[in-house]
Ligand binder design. Structure first.
Ligand code: PMP
Length: 426
């Protein structure tokens, strides 16, 4: 640990210290001491094409020699325009206007501001949002307010705006309660919307997979019902696809896999293949027009120094090219995750196995209280490192979300490593 750096999430006594990484190539990271580590989580879920992909590196280098950065208010440039066009072409019909920002938290923050101001601009302000227990949307004040895990926000709770939380119908293989959980969640949402029809500016959800909440997965049917409810009760539906976007759920976007189109979608993480921070919030024409038609016009006061940075956009365009090539991997990886998890199915330390697209997750059976930095998770993390695997359990949830360039043999090796680690757990 460097004495001049404040590393994130390192205050707890159980937190491990930072390991120095020298370089990366494909699915592998090389540490300072020369050891190779297989990145099974795409480094905080961003490196969709692995590390240091030469095609993305070359695109950034080329762009850097032409235009590295320019103010994006009153100016525009080719990389941003091409990226907006290509994203809109890939997204479901109806999502048409692309607002650029810098990271996942900000993409969601912008969506919340757009949704809130959408009603204000129509002279019908609404004071709250509906969001899901266990959800994570970032660590700015707005996104903390809508976060459904109090660990990230409790210190600031006095400063956060009003949000009502409903249960996320998390399910897994052979879950006998799957439908019941869905019905319960739908009933609660419907009751909230019906009781106070003017209260909610929007409903915010991580579609299909809640990430930081422990890779909790819901069924596509739930998102279809949510779409209907939002429509019926005249509120906006926001999908936070910061994690699930760009192939993670087996389709380009979770909204496509779930066949449920939101009014606003937030994308970041995998957008540049892990090379540069960039994000977008994409909304419907109807929302856009609420800011641009006749009076009362109120502009959206949001714009950052690095908005639509040309290097980030160039990286994203190169990453989209690779995505098109890697498309078959989204499904083949899902099939392999499924086969590998089937083999681990009867392991006594595992329960609640689940797979969606390129994400596989399982709960470790543990007698301890399962907070974020719980001892079993830490033990697995350390044992994995010793075996050359980068794994980072979320509480007692162990998951894999590898880059698309990982080979089938490497993924199988990762699962064998997991099996050995589980067998040796205290
Ligand atoms: N939304 C989701 C679903 C996320 O997983 C994350 C990051 N883990 C964020 C938002 C925040 O993104 P960032 O860390 O880039 O601000």
């Amino acid at each position: 640990m460097h004495p001049n750096i404040w590393y994130p999430y390192t205050q707890a006594k159980t937190a491990p210290s930072a390991i120095k990484v020298k370089s990366g190539k494909g699915a592998w990271l090389e540490l300072e001491n020369g050891r190779q580590i297989l990145d099974c989580i795409s480094s905080w879920w961003v490196n969709t094409h692995g590390h240091a992909h030469p095609q993305i590196a070359a695109a950034i280098y080329q762009q850097a020699q032409q235009l590295e950065q320019v103010i994006f208010s009153g100016f525009t440039h080719d990389p941003a325009e091409q990226l907006a066009e290509r994203l809109v072409a890939k997204l479901p019909d109806g999502l048409e206007r692309v607002f650029f920002s810098d990271n996942g938290s900000t993409a969601v923050e912008v969506a919340l501001k757009m949704a809130y101001q959408y009603w204000v601009n129509q002279g019908k302000p609404r004071q709250a949002f509906l969001a899901f227990q266990g959800g994570y949307h970032g660590d700015t004040f707005g996104t903390m307010a809508v976060g459904g895990r109090s660990i990230f926000s409790e210190v600031f709770s006095d400063l956060l705006f009003e949000v009502d939380f409903v249960p996320f119908p998390a399910t897994y293989w052979d879950d006998p309660q799957a439908e019941l959980k869905e019905q319960t969640a739908i009933q609660k949402i419907e009751a909230a919307l019906a009781e106070q029809p003017q209260r909610y500016a929007g409903i915010l959800i991580e579609p299909l997979v809640q990430g930081a909440g422990g890779m909790q997965m819901c069924r596509p049917e739930f998102l279809q019902q949510l779409r209907q409810l939002a429509q019926q009760h005249n509120t906006l539906l926001i999908f936070d696809e910061v994690m699930t976007g760009f192939g993670r759920t087996g389709d380009w976007f979770a909204c496509q896999r779930a066949q449920s189109t939101p009014d606003l979608i937030c994308l970041s993480k995998g957008i540049t293949g892990g090379f540069l921070p960039l994000a977008v919030t994409v909304c419907s024409e109807q929302i856009y027009q609420a800011f641009y038609s006749d009076a009362p016009i109120k502009t959206l006061y949001h714009g950052h120094s690095y908005t639509a940075n040309p290097l980030g956009c160039a990286a994203a365009l190169a990453s989209l090219d690779l995505m098109a090539v890697n498309e078959p991997t989204f499904q083949s990886m899902e099939a392999q995750h499924t086969r590998e998890l089937q083999k681990l199915r009867s392991h006594p330390r595992l329960e609640k196995l689940r797979v969606t697209g390129t994400i596989a997750a399982m709960d470790i059976v543990t007698p301890e209280q399962t907070d974020y930095l719980n001892p079993v998770g830490m033990q697995i993390r350390q044992a994995a490192l010793e075996r050359g695997l980068l794994l980072r359990p979320l509480g007692n949830v162990l998951y894999l979300m590898p880059p698309y360039c990982i080979t089938a043999e490497e993924l199988t090796a990762a699962y064998s490593g997991i099996e050995s680690i589980l067998t040796q757990l205290d």
